[in-house]
Design a protein around this ligand. Structure first.
Ligand code: AMP
Ligand code: MG
Length: 420
């Protein structure tokens, strides 16, 4: 009897693992890297905060006015149906506080951000007073304490301002500056080595020989990894020779935290990643029930985690974002980051989908007249058609058990806006 190899046109295929299982296995196998150092806050955006930041002062440091107006004592506010007249006895600026103390019936002209003068607890907006010379008239429509920002209302001294594991954002950096903090402890960068494999693969700038194609995967990966917390080691294009692959990966394994290759993980005669690695690392070869992206290798070589991604350019990006990136972020120690949005959108057209694998189509998001999200695919979805991804705004993620989608059905969509 002829033993046939499984392929992607088979109805029922052996040895496929569920996408969720692959992701869970990967995540449970990697751990956060050690090593941290201090960085000036202006360089810390996009880095992982290594220890929590505790507020060293109250923010705001002083109780101050929230508006331009007049500061006075709330006990002097006029009763209902009456008006009150106040004499202006001085001026308070943000950089030049009023030093005196107020008596009954007095007020201070105050600007936004100026510390509240002693004895004052209430500010009347300048638009709500009738001014004549050096006095003002106000009506009864005011509340004690209004238009005042209390010391410590943003952050109290001793409070946790940012937790360890935070992926630092622009407002986080501003928050640290508001606390007078000039440097932050951050985790070191993750070192990621990347390689393309294939005798047919040529770098941009070269002239592809017979049957040759340009290397897009390494540039897609370079671009996805171009972020402040990652340092890339570019291993270039490796020929389809097991000993050459092994040399390259062994050579970098102790200097990188992660190695990512593309191509050579299938069952073709030139697919040598498997042979190369089985002797030298802990490598598992999986067929993941995901389209695109079925064949992949995962494991470790020396001190480095190893991801052997498929060769097809769309499969590389799909597996990178859905399986590799979550692992890189775990290794980076990121435990607190702005949520990546997932939307529900109505399909604008039917989508063919076979139960038994997660399918990741590339979609264009639109909003209908009611403001609800709708989505259509970018057309031909072959795993080599990189334009299907370049045109897209989002992944349309069709879960393992789902069958065909009808126009009007709800589908889950992961916008790229949260990814790059
Ligand atoms: P493989 O799994 O190595 O057979 O690759 C699958 C398909 O992806 C083949 O058509 C390859 O030519 C193509 N491919 C592999 N690596 C790259 C690359 N770096 N850039 C563009 N296409 C690639
Ligand atoms: Mg190949």
């Amino acid at each position: 009897m002829i033993q046939t190899q499984p392929n992607c046109t088979d109805r029922v295929e052996t040895g496929l693992i569920h996408f969720d299982t692959a992701r869970a296995n990967i995540l449970s196998s990697v751990t956060a890297i050690g090593g941290a150092h201090r960085l000036p806050i202006e360089q810390a955006r996009g880095r992982t905060l290594a220890c929590a930041v505790t507020a060293p002062i109250d923010v705001p440091a002083h109780t101050n006015s929230a508006v331009d107006g007049y500061a006075l004592r709330s006990e002097d506010l006029p009763g209902s149906g009456t008006t009150g007249r106040f004499t202006i006895v001085g001026r308070a600026f943000a950089g030049k506080p009023f030093e005196g103390e107020l008596a009954a019936g007095q007020c201070v002209r105050i600007m936004t951000g100026a510390p509240m003068p002693a004895g004052c607890d209430t500010v009347i907006m300048q638009e709500q007073v009738e001014r004549s010379g050096e006095s003002i008239l106000i009506d009864a429509a005011h509340r004690p304490g209004q238009n005042v920002r209390q010391a410590g209302e943003d952050l109290r001294r001793g409070e946790t301002a940012l937790p360890a594991g935070r992926l630092l954002t622009p407002p986080d950096i501003g928050l640290c500056a508001s606390l007078g903090i000039a440097e932050l402890p951050v985790r070191r960068k993750l070192r990621v080595a990347i390689a393309s494999t294939g005798d047919e693969i040529f770098d941009v700038g070269a002239v592809p020989g017979n049957g040759g194609i340009y290397d897009s995967n390494r540039y897609s990966l370079l671009a996805t990894l171009h972020r402040p917390d990652i340092e890339v080691v570019d291993l270039g294009i490796l020929q389809d020779r097991p000993e050459l692959l092994l040399d390259a990966f062994n050579g970098i394994a102790d200097h990188a935290d992660v190695i990512i290759s593309s191509g050579g993980v299938s069952v073709g005669d030139a697919d040598h990643i498997k042979t190369a690695l089985q002797t030298s690392g802990q490598i598992e070869f999986w067929k993941v029930a995901i389209k695109p992206g079925r064949p992949m290798a995962f494991g470790s070589i020396g001190g480095a985690a190893f991801f052997g991604l498929p060769g097809n350019p769309v499969a590389v990006l799909v597996t990178f974002y859905l399986l590799v990136l979550p692992a890189l972020e775990k290794m980076l120690g990121i435990t607190d980051r702005p949520v990546a949005p997932m939307l529900k959108a109505r399909a604008l057209e039917p989508i063919r989908k076979r139960p038994g694998r997660t399918e990741v189509q590339r979609g264009i998001l639109l909003r209908d007249d009611d403001g609800a999200w709708t989505v259509k695919t970018t057309g031909k979805q072959g795993s080599g058609i990189l334009r299907s991804m370049s045109l897209a705004d989002a992944f349309i993620i069709l879960p393992h058990d789902s069958g065909n989608i009808d126009a009007g059905d709800w589908v889950t969509v992961q916008p790229f806006a949260g990814l790059w």
